[in-house]
Design a protein around this ligand. Structure first.
Ligand code: LLP
Length: 419
């Protein structure tokens, strides 16, 4: 359920016609619904009722400051994976003690930034990283609060490119080695390991893999505690999927039940890192048809958005629903929706049944709120498109278009060339 619905044949974001925003900001643009973001957050938080849980929104899914502030106001913290995301989370008003820092390749500078900010925990993913955290903390005269990310070797049954919890993936420390690593880390003077973290992948549409992973975590906690190691924090990651193309996905309440059944009685403070579930269906990418072209075997709607704006179809063969911004009753016909970039992979939909479109029509590419704008690039020297937030009958540009001139301003000719 989201807040992009037709009112008198016009697709609205909440109470604002998307066509009105298109007139104001130009196309393509991302549009987010504040009501949907808030509802999704509450659904997830409600699923965890009764648990000592902090929801640390995965900033990588959507890092717009206004989106982050919307979530901060609801009590969310952040899961960040770079110094840049940490800066954004803090700038949006997320409290440092609700921020966790994940990722396999944190640099010394990023570790320092996290320690200075005083975040809740750094999720360490390897022994060399633990050593680096210790070194940086020592230099700063601090003790780093760390959770150890374990790799549970559990198959999340999702796309290979977004599976993270298998032994062959680069993430975490193999769960069978965690005990030894924690024992060895006792000698590190400036690192305090307070818990375990786990994240098995993204766009997970069946929840049993979560249960498997959390049971691994529970068993490890029991083993560590038996050995006198105090484990007080667990970070259970994110990964809950959203329907893109009519998939049937269990409600988050079922996920909450799995958490309760597996680790609910361990007395740990829990952190969660959902990204897609919170913002996925809260965003659309609105684009205008430039041409309708009849090819040898099929019809193409060539639109002004491209793979640089929304990479998911090209990268993961993702299917995003595409709907007209002005509804008609005309019988659908088959069309390929493609962008202007010079690659065949720049295709949003193949043989889609859509009411006939013509040049100038607006289309909305749905469920684009997560991993949409954040993954965009300027490939083909295209702009970074505007982002718009809607609340009720109001809308605001929350990121302006970043045009070519900004990039040209950062390029220069070397001395030996004519100017
Ligand atoms: N925590 C960690 C450590 C992660 O690596 C991720 C996502 C999340 C949390 C959030 O996962 P979510 O709840 O959003 O599933 N670009 C891909 C998705 C990449 C996900 C990477 N890690 C896509 O567009 O499908």
């Amino acid at each position: 359920m989201d807040d992009f619905n037709y009112q008198s044949g016009a697709l609205n974001a909440e109470d604002v016609p998307l066509a009105k925003i298109a007139d104001a900001v130009g196309t393509p643009f991302y549009c987010y619904s504040q009501a949907t973001i808030e509802r999704q957050f509450r659904i997830f938080a409600d699923a965890l009722t009764g648990l000592d849980a902090t929801v640390c929104f995965a900033v990588k899914a959507n890092s717009n400051l206004a989106v982050l502030r919307t979530l901060a106001k609801l009590g969310a913290g952040a899961d960040v994976v770079s110094g840049g995301e940490l800066t954004r989370a803090l700038a949006a008003g997320m409290p440092a003690d609700k921020i966790v820092f994940s990722g396999v390749g944190k640099t010394d500078a990023e570790i320092e930034q996290a320690l200075v900010a005083g975040i809740r925990s750094i999720n360490a993913e390897s022994e060399p990283e633990l050593a680096a955290i210790n070194r940086v903390a020592k230099r700063l005269g601090k003790t780093a609060i760390v959770t150890l990310r374990i790799n549970p070797d559990v198959d999340a049954h999702t796309h290979a490119k977004i599976t993270t919890g298998l032994n062959e993936n680069k993430f975490g420390i193999e769960w069978t080695a965690a005990h030894r690593v924690i024992a060895d880390a006792r000698d590190l003077g400036n690192v305090r390991i307070v818990g375990l973290a786990v994240h098995i992948g993204s766009q997970i549409t069946e929840y049993e893999p979560f249960r498997e992973a959390f049971i691994r975590v529970r068993d490890l906690v029991a083993m560590l505690r038996a050995d006198g190691v105090a484990i007080t924090h667990l970070d259970l990651g994110g990964g809950l999927g959203v329907p893109y193309d009519g998939e049937d996905i269990p409600p988050p309440a079922e996920y909450g039940q799995i958490v309760r059944e597996t680790v609910g009685d361990l007395g740990c403070r829990l952190a969660f890192e959902p990204g897609r579930l919170i913002v996925g269906n809260a965003g659309v990418l609105v684009t205008r048809v430039i041409y309708v072209k009849d090819g040898a075997t099929r019809r193409f709607a060539i639109v002004d958005a491209a793979m640089n704006d929304l990479l998911r179809p090209a990268l993961y063969d993702a299917k995003h629903e595409i709907v007209p911004v002005s509804a008609t009753n005309e019988a659908p016909e088959l069309v390929d929706v493609v962008g202007p970039v010079c690659e065949t992979g720049d295709t949003f939909a193949t043989q889609l049944a859509l009411a006939p479109v013509k040049a100038g029509d607006l289309l909305a590419i749905r469920t684009a709120g997560a991993y949409g704008s954040v993954m965009s690039s300027t490939y083909n020297s295209r702009d970074l498109v505007p982002e718009v937030l809607v609340r009720g009958a109001d809308f605001a540009v929350v990121r302006k278009r970043i045009g070519l001139q900004t990039f040209l301003d950062h390029e220069q000719f070397p001395d030996w060339m004519d100017r």
